[in-house]
Design a protein around this ligand. Structure first.
Ligand SMILES: [Zn+2]
Length: 549
């Protein structure tokens, strides 16, 4: 069979579904800008040909045209293509829910707050409304907003709008009723329920009084979760991400995600790591993939410790700025070991959150014990690997454990991390290069919505290790910066490796998945600060264009 006959046969197979046929028989050539392959030692290609979901040719324009005649050509007009970028640590529902929170930062009066709220309520017609960011200091009305101000717009569903400092919030009458707050409710210790002349609550809750309603804000409804996932998918595609490793996923999230992938509303690739209560199935049967081939269930997410900012990260010695505190381990050892044994048996991946040097050492100890002290190919991962004691660094490579790290954490945390850790421990913090030097696989992510979830910021932070405004402290450890090739690898090859997919994705080469991220500026050559100004030009997932700028 010659090439043409293969194509004809392939097309015939898709006649039953016109939509699928057009998506799967697409023949596209991208050219007109540098095409970085991600393959070590290979210089950028002039053109790349995509047929169906795969790369069928890459190299000079002539050779690529010859390999795929009659293809639609897309002119990159100087934009630069990278192997599809993947966020190796994100929380997809949270990213979408962040987009669904009303931002009132710029509001200059109660009238404007009402107008913004009305527009928001119209766009989000169901479920509770959460907003934040207002501050009344310079408003012409010269007073706090009241529940009557917002009841006029949102009378029937719970509404909570936080003041910008976090020390006060406005609830509407529907939420007050849900929380059982009325004229007879006393203010709690450390808080105040503001009341009007007739003794009725005004809706303003100060400090600890906010807790009375926060727990009553309904958790996200199934409909909100679906909306959030679609919003996150669209946002991420628009930022040039082709996929993400979705962390701390619930059973409900996963069901919604699979349905949305099937209907075409979620177009990115999503590899899921479920919280322990929802991981029974994956722990029993190991990794699986849905019928679209894009939604995978990889394993279980476990928390070993907390976070550095709130001093919850478990340290081997007390915090430098809080000698009475060493942070804490979160999951009982017996439970961790039981989960690890089940994962070992089924082949499920383990993704273990570890921030402090004690959290990391303990996680490695647990892994080592369950893996019988041997190097394995199980792709177990430590999420964050943020502060690692130098003797523990080589243990990642020795055990075959992946370090899943977030460059943006460094440029945010380094403003306070030196105080928390002191100079000695700081040497093992956000130590990307040190870990790479030991031979460990380091995949890169953002931890959005904790961070922005922006590949430009992650790449910039990885290669430059300066704050976004260009600031760098004397103790920010610039020797831990990585090269551009290494940074690219963290978000492509190593991201693929971290989900066991390195044979089919992560580089642009013949036979590999055609997932491509195109930006107006070349991440591999421009000044670090210029990366932050790049625009997403095109995002392609498995041969399908999911975003065009
Ligand atoms: Zn996270």
């Amino acid at each position: 069979m010659n090439r043409r006959e293969i194509l004809t046969a392939g097309s015939a197979a898709f006649v039953a579904s016109p939509a699928l046929a057009s998506a799967s028989s697409a023949r596209t050539i991208l050219t007109g800008g540098p095409i970085h392959t991600g393959v070590a030692g290979r210089s950028p290609a002039e053109a790349i040909a995509v047929e169906g979901s795969r790369v069928v040719a890459i190299g000079s324009l002539r050779a690529v045209r010859a390999a795929l005649p009659r293809a639609k050509e897309i002119d990159l007009a100087g934009a630069a293509a990278l192997p599809g970028l993947v966020d190796s640590h994100a929380h997809m529902t949270g990213i979408g829910l962040r987009e669904m929170t009303l931002n009132l930062d710029s509001v200059k009066s109660i009238a404007e707050l009402q107008a913004k709220l009305a527009a928001w309520a119209a766009q989000n017609p169901t479920g509770p409304i959460a907003g934040r960011g207002w501050i009344e200091t310079h408003w012409p009305e010269g007073r706090f907003p009241t529940r009557q101000d917002v009841d006029a717009i949102v009378p029937d569903r719970p509404l909570l709008l936080g003041r910008s400092d976090g020390h006060a919030a406005l609830a509407n009458s529907a939420l007050l009723k849900l929380a059982g707050i009325d004229s007879s409710t006393a203010s709690p210790p450390g808080g105040q329920i503001l009341k009007d002349a007739s003794g009725e609550p005004t809706g303003m809750l100060i400090d600890n009084a906010q807790a009375l309603v926060e727990s009553r804000m309904p958790t996200a409804t199934p409909d909100m979760i679906r909306q959030a996932l679609v919003k996150a998918d669209r946002l991420y595609a628009s930022r040039g991400w082709t996929g993400l490793h979705n962390m701390s996923v619930s059973g409900e999230d996963l069901i919604a995600l699979k349905a949305l992938a099937l209907s075409g509303e979620v177009q990115l690739r999503v590899d899921n790591y479920l919280d322990i209560p929802f991981a029974t199935e994956v722990l029993r049967r190991g990794p699986s993939v849905d019928s679209t081939g894009r939604i995978s269930t990889r394993g279980v997410k476990i928390y070993s410790d907390g976070a550095l900012g709130s001093r919850g990260a478990a340290l081997l010695a007390p915090y430098a700025d809080a000698p009475e505190s060493e942070g804490l381990l979160l999951t009982p050892e017996a439970q961790v070991l039981a989960v690890l044994e089940r994962a070992k048996k089924s082949g499920a991946q383990v993704a273990m959150h570890a921030i402090g040097d004690r959290g990391n050492r303990q996680s490695l100890d647990w892994f080592e014990r369950v893996l019988d002290h041997a190097k394995t190919n199980r792709r177990w991962r430590i999420e964050h690997a943020q502060v690692v004691s130098p003797p523990d660094m080589p243990r990642f490579a020795k055990l075959g454990v992946i370090a899943s790290m977030q460059p943006s954490h460094a440029i945010g945390d380094l403003f306070f991390a030196p105080a928390r850790l002191g100079p000695e421990r700081l040497k093992g913090a956000y130590a990307w290069t040190s870990l790479l030097k030991t031979g460990a696989v380091v995949c890169g992510g953002s931890d959005a919505p904790v961070e922005q979830g922006d590949p430009r910021i992650e790449f910039y932070a990885a290669i430059y290790r300066h704050a976004l405004n260009g600031y760098v402290g004397p103790d920010w450890g610039l020797e831990e910066r990585v090269s551009r090739q290494q940074a690219l690898g963290m978000f492509t090859r190593s991201a693929a490796y971290a989900v066991g997919a390195e044979r089919s994705r992560g580089t642009l080469a013949v036979g590999q998945a055609a997932s491509i991220s195109v930006f107006s500026r070349d991440f591999m050559t421009v000044k670090p600060a210029d990366i932050l100004d790049a625009k997403t030009v095109l995002t392609m997932v498995d041969g399908k264009i999911v975003y065009e700028g």
